[in-house]
Design a protein around this ligand. Sequence first.
Ligand SMILES: [Zn+2]
Ligand SMILES: [Zn+2]
Length: 150
Amino acid sequence: MDARAKDLRIEQLRHLCRQHGLVLTPQRRAILQAVLEADDHPTAERVQAALARRRLRVSRATVFRTLESFARLGVITKACHPGSSVRYDRRTDRHHHLVCLRCERVIDIQDARLDALPVPDTRRLGFVVSDFKVQLRGICRECREQEDKT
Ligand SMILES: [Zn+2]
Ligand SMILES: [Zn+2]
């Protein structure tokens, strides 16, 4: 993500914080920055490690809580995947995921046909759909190459 796009997102967060009566602390700002700079849908743990590399000590619980509040504000999104911990996504636009079942890598893909999938009527189930994302699951190139070697 380029510097300009990052600045815009931080501006967006500043605006949303003001709207919701939150303070955009240097810590919150650094956490968002770390997500925007990560290119593989990081977990809270990986965001914490990225902060530690910049000598910022933030507890895992605080990182997690902050990421959850960012997702609620819509400044980042949550990527569902089969692993054990929540993965966060710097992208908020419609896109889909290739999920590697071996290494849990999550790769973004864009596909107009997937974007246009008809969403079933779930009102009967009392479920309101707010968004959707197609998850294509399989084995990534790196894992396949690893496999060929052994
Ligand atoms: Zn893989
Ligand atoms: Zn994504």
